[in-house]
Design a protein around this ligand. Structure first.
Ligand code: 5GP
Ligand code: ZN
Length: 106
């Protein structure tokens, strides 16, 4: 049984609404938004951080998912952030890409 909060969300354990999803990733709203719109693009595959990601095809698919989910959310301008490692502010050790738009408090 997984202890990873994002794996549980992907499994549907918390009935989290996915604003976008595809074969590679799910996208949902950050529970503690740092911007008017704050989405998280999370690969279905558990990878701790960017440092452990060795699948360049998946990395490309994740960036395409950023673009496609931002478009689906009606965002024309947005910032993407990947926190890698505790000292850089990573709190959830299941790699993810933040999408921030509007007024950003970062
Ligand atoms: P990190 O700091 O690891 O880059 O980002 C983790 C993000 O996940 C944080 O912005 C935090 O607010 C968000 N988060 C943590 N737990 C949950 C959760 O259970 N649900 C959702 N939707 N977001 C979460
Ligand atoms: Zn996980």
């Amino acid at each position: 049984m997984t202890e990873c909060i994002f794996c549980k969300i992907i499994n549907g354990d918390f009935n989290t609404e996915f604003v976008y999803e595809n074969e590679y990733a799910v996208v949902f709203r950050d529970i503690n938004p740092k911007a008017d719109t704050h989405l998280l693009v999370v690969p279905r595959k558990h990878v701790e951080s960017l440092n452990e990601l060795d699948d360049e095809v998946l990395l490309g698919k994740l960036m395409m998912t950023v673009r496609d989910s931002a478009k689906a959310a009606g965002l024309k301008s947005y910032r993407t952030v990947i926190n890698t490692g505790k000292e850089a502010g990573q709190e959830v050790f299941h790699m993810h890409i933040h999408i921030l738009a509007g007024s950003i408090k970062l």
